[in-house]
Design a protein around this ligand. Structure first.
Ligand SMILES: CC(C)(COP(=O)(O)OP(=O)(O)OC[C@H]1O[C@@H](n2cnc3c(N)ncnc32)[C@H](O)[C@@H]1OP(=O)(O)O)[C@@H](O)C(=O)NCCC(=O)NCCS
Length: 220
C-alpha cells in the first residue's frame, strides 16, 4: 500500500455500517476502551452532531475513519471541536492513514470556522499534530493530562470544556478519560496490555493514564 492509494473523503450513507465495524475492531484491543466508540459515532450522527466524518478508502474498502463534533466552552456553544473517535484497520496501522485522516479533518474543521480543537488521547501521538495539554482548558472542569488541544485562532481560552451528551457518558467509563488519580491500579495493569508497537521508540511516551509518575517513566 502506498499513501497515494488512500482516498480521504466525507462519509456517505453507504459507509455507515463499515464505519461501525471498523471502529469496533480498531478499539477492541485497546485497554482504555469502553467498547462503545462505534455507538458514539452512530449516536452523534443520529443527533445531527457529526459535522465532519471522514473515511479513508483503499481500493473500495473503508480502512480508516475520523469523527469531529462540536463542544461547549463554559457551557456555551462556540467554534471549538472535539476530535474522535479515530480508527484505522488494525492490519493497516502505522502506515500514515491515521495522520492523513487527522490532517484532513483539522483542515476541514478550520473551513467550518473552528477556533480550536480538543481531544482525549495519547499525548505522544497527538503531539505531532500540534496538540498540547493546558491545565487552564479542562475536561468537565477536571485537569486530565490526556486532555489536549490545538488553538487555531487567538489565545487559548481558560475554559471548562463539555462534550455532547453521548460522548460525556462514554468519557465517564473510559479509563483514558478519567482523571489520572482514578482507577490507579487498574490502569497500571492496563499499561502492560498495550501493544508493544506503541512503545517501539524510546522517545515515545506511553499513555498518561494514572499519575504524573506514569507520564514520565518509560515502560520499555
Ligand atoms: C491511533 C490510530 C488511529 C493511529 O492510526 P495509524 O494509521 O496507525 O497512525 P499513523 O500511521 O499516522 O502514525 C503511526 C505512528 O503513530 C504511532 N502511534 C500509534 N499509536 C500510538 C500510541 N498509542 N501512542 C504513541 N504513538 C502511537 C506509531 O508508533 C507510529 O509512529 P511513527 O510514525 O514514529 O512510526 C490507530 O493506531 C488506531 O486505530 N488505533 C486503535 C484505535 C485508537 O486507539 N484510536 C485513538 C484513540 S485516542
Amino acid at each position: 500500500m502506498s499513501a497515494d492509494q488512500i482516498i480521504i473523503r466525507d462519509e456517505v450513507s453507504e459507509d455507515v455500517s463499515a464505519i461501525h465495524e471498523l471502529t469496533k475492531i480498531a478499539f477492541a484491543p485497546m485497554p482504555f476502551s469502553a467498547g462503545d466508540e462505534q455507538h458514539l459515532i452512530d449516536a452523534l450522527r443520529a443527533d445531527g452532531e457529526l459535522p465532519v466524518s471522514l473515511v479513508a478508502e483503499l481500493k473500495g474498502e473503508i480502512v480508516g475513519h475520523i469523527a469531529f463534533s462540536r463542544v461547549w466552552l463554559n457551557g456555551n456553544p462556540g467554534d471549538w471541536f472535539d476530535l474522535g473517535p479515530v480508527s484505522v484497520k488494525p492490519d493497516l496501522q502505522s502506515r500514515g492513514i491515521g495522520s492523513q485522516l487527522i490532517n484532513h479533518g483539522l483542515e476541514q474543521i478550520k473551513q467550518l470556522g473552528a477556533e480550536g480543537c480538543v481531544l482525549i488521547g495519547y499525548p505522544s501521538y497527538y503531539g505531532r499534530f500540534g496538540f498540547r495539554h493546558d491545565p487552564d482548558l479542562t475536561f468537565n472542569g477536571k485537569v486530565n493530562a490526556n486532555f489536549q488541544h490545538i488553538t487555531f485562532v487567538g489565545e487559548t481560552p481558560k475554559a471548562k470544556v463539555t462534550f455532547r451528551a453521548c460522548l460525556s457518558q462514554s468519557h465517564a467509563t473510559s479509563s483514558l478519560r478519567k482523571s489520572p488519580r482514578q482507577g490507579k491500579h487498574k490502569n497500571e495493569s492496563n499499561f502492560s496490555l498495550l501493544p508493544k508497537r506503541y512503545f517501539h521508540r524510546q522517545s515515545l511516551q506511553p499513555l498518561v493514564l494514572t499519575s504524573k509518575e506514569t507520564s514520565t517513566r518509560p515502560r520499555v
